[in-house]
Design a protein around this ligand. Structure first.
Ligand code: APR
Length: 242
């Protein structure tokens, strides 16, 4: 399956991964647009925008606390672990749209959280922020400064964290292999990263059981799950490196 990219895989020093909700699906975390996707059950405009948060912080917090409960008990799957293992053979940068922290839990050491983290909580007013892995007694939770706290995630209509986005663009525009796993590539600006890579003649590899809007632009598009394919990719890299 990987023989057509063998030479490139052998010579490259760095692999960039761009991941989305699909890579955590097998860890029990629902995707957004699949058949059981979150946006099929909930209206993102009611729950994942800054306006919705200020209009009804309790409702938004109840939804995030529910998601936090699931995510905090979730475990990385073989796809996450394989990606972390590949660091033994290549420089790896993981650019994830996920907010679940599973790449870090699996041992990936360089993770750019493009859409923030549901585990990191920040104040809506002062500069307090911290990873909080316990359930809140009451929602919306209050900061010591008296204002309400929020999850440090990027809501629709909000900008991505500038430092993280700048680094993601720089890495994408100088990489020679980008592996895109578990994302529908419908949300910008994350979906422009493969375009930056392509402009630099990078090889694009997609791992997704379904076709995406960018499948036709991939050098290799593997119709399978990330937890199935990434361990195979790890074995292949091990075999060509030795
Ligand atoms: N392995 C690989 N891919 C999978 C798997 C799997 N086991 N299961 C599902 N997928 C694929 C689906 O085919 C789909 O293309 O993962 C993709 C998930 O797409 P989305 O649900 O749109 O999730 P994502 O691309 O991460 O969404 C991007 O949208 O709502 C915002 O902020 C949210 O970060 C999210 C962004």
């Amino acid at each position: 399956m990987f023989d057509i990219i063998k030479d490139k895989l052998k010579e490259t020093k760095k692999i960039i991964f761009v991941t989305g909700a699909g890579i955590s699906q097998e860890s029990g975390i629902p995707t957004f647009r699949g058949k059981d996707g979150l946006w099929r059950k909930y209206d993102p405009m009611q729950l994942a925008t800054i306006e919705a948060f200020y209009e009804n912080p309790k409702l938004v917090w109840e939804w995030y606390e529910d998601r936090r409960g699931n995510i905090l008990s979730a475990k990385p799957n073989p796809g996450h672990f394989a990606m972390a293992e590949i660091e033994k053979f290549k420089d790896v940068v993981v650019m994830t749209q996920n907010i679940d922290g599973l790449h870090q839990k699996a041992g990936s050491s360089k993770v750019l959280e493009l859409h923030g983290s549901i585990i990191r909580i920040k104040c809506t007013s002062c500069d307090f922020e911290d990873d909080i892995i316990t359930k809140f007694e009451e929602v919306p939770p209050k900061c010591l400064c008296g204002k309400i706290l929020r999850p440090d995630v990027v809501w629709f209509g909000e900008p991505l964290p500038q430092k993280v986005w700048r680094e993601a663009m720089i890495e994408s525009s100088k990489c020679d292999i980008m592996i895109i796993a578990g994302t529908s590539l419908v949300v910008s600006p994350a979906n422009t990263l493969p375009i930056y890579a392509k402009q630099n003649d990078a090889m694009l590899i997609e791992i997704n059981p379904e076709e995406t809007i960018m499948s036709s632009q991939m050098d290799l598009s593997i119709r399978d799950t990330s937890s199935n394919i990434l361990p195979k990719l790890l074995t292949y890299i091990q075999s060509i490196q030795n």
